[in-house]
Ligand binder design. Structure first.
Ligand code: RIB
Ligand code: CA
Length: 324
């Protein structure tokens, strides 16, 4: 069983990842921390409570609000992809009785900062806690800066971020999470903690099309089915215009799958660096992933292949059919 803390900037694909994790018996989500990224951290925290409100939970993971600004760079958000509220504007949906369609979970927000909750959870589960990072790495970097030694007790960091052998999704060379806070990504890759990366090179191999989703939720009236339909629509429309298909890449779900179904994935050891200053290349992740290039100083394992059909089937089955 994997004991995890999820650091997140929900975000439509973050929501899918969180639901997948919460519905996976191989995983216990001990805590979640939010960070500015797709949307500002206050909105991200509201969104997290809305996502947890979808689940019939008898007990909640600990939730803490994290950092609002990247370490150095000005904040760049992605409402144009995820909708104004970051969840396809589902926060604006109301039922006929006037109540919100997707209410916030009645879950307290910790008094601790996101950074301090990360350090607290490492202390509580030394050598066991896995940190799953689904947004810019600001919280994790600040926890490393605050107590580098303590963070060595993390079992590992599994993150969605970076791109190596194809174009970026923010600039030609940079993926969003690393682009927003390249200095934080540099700190994480050089932290000494085992790092596993799901870059765009692999997340782009998994596409949830509108057609497939419609097939899966056809005739279903449960709240998860409704949420999947309604929260992903704005994102799918963005993809239809700017990516070339009506659907979305479920980027953030892959790190969860790397924990529950590692046999779906193939990774290579690499020495990963981050460009923090380039005018044209800020946020670029640089590594030689050629298998024939043996290296003696790897700082990360980079996922390069996924059995996309098997992963998508597992994802949909888990998120839609297995109730917790
Ligand atoms: O580049 C994709 C990543 O950026 C995902 O985590 C998405 O949610 C955004 O945060
Ligand atoms: Ca994210």
């Amino acid at each position: 069983m994997h004991r995890i803390l999820i650091d997140t900037d929900p975000g439509v694909d973050d929501a899918l990842a969180i639901l997948l994790a919460m519905k996976s018996p191989e995983i216990r989500v001990e805590a979640l921390t939010t960070v500015s990224g797709n949307v500002y951290v206050d909105q991200a925290t509201d969104n997290l409570l809305r996502i947890l409100g979808l689940l019939d939970l008898s007990e909640f993971p600990i939730v803490a609000k994290g950092e609002a600004q990247p370490l150095v760079k000005p904040l760049v958000k992605a409402e144009h992809v995820h909708g104004e509220d970051g969840l396809g504007n589902i926060s604006k949906l109301y039922m006929s009785d006037g109540n919100p369609r997707y209410p916030l979970a009645k879950c307290d927000i910790s008094q601790l900062s996101g950074v301090d909750l990360i350090l607290e959870m490492v202390d509580r589960y030394p050598d066991e806690l896995v940190l799953v990072a689904l947004g810019p790495l600001t919280n994790i970097s600040k926890a490393i800066q605050k107590d580098r030694e303590h963070m060595q007790k993390l079992k590992s960091i599994v993150l969605m971020g970076g791109v190596f052998s194809e174009y970026g999704n923010v600039t030609t060379t940079a993926e969003f999470n690393v682009f927003v806070d390249p200095h934080a990504a540099h700190d994480v890759f050089n932290s000494g903690v085992p790092v596993h990366i799901a870059p765009l090179d692999v997340t782009h191999q998994v596409a949830l099309t509108g057609e497939r989703l419609n097939t899966e939720v056809q005739g279903r009236t449960d709240i998860i089915s409704r949420f999947l339909k309604e929260s992903t629509q704005a994102c799918m429309e963005f993809y239809s215009e700017h990516v070339g298909f009506y659907g979305l890449h479920i980027h953030d779900a892959l790190p969860i799958g790397m924990l529950t179904h590692p046999h779906f994935f193939q990774s290579v050891e690499a020495y990963v660096q981050v460009e923090t200053e380039g005018n044209l290349t800020s946020g670029m992740t640089v590594a030689d992933l050629r298998r024939e290039r043996r290296i003696d100083n790897p700082n990360a394992s980079v996922c390069v292949e996924v059995d996309s059909d098997a992963f998508l089937n597992y994802f949909l089955n888990r998120i839609l059919h297995k109730q917790i």
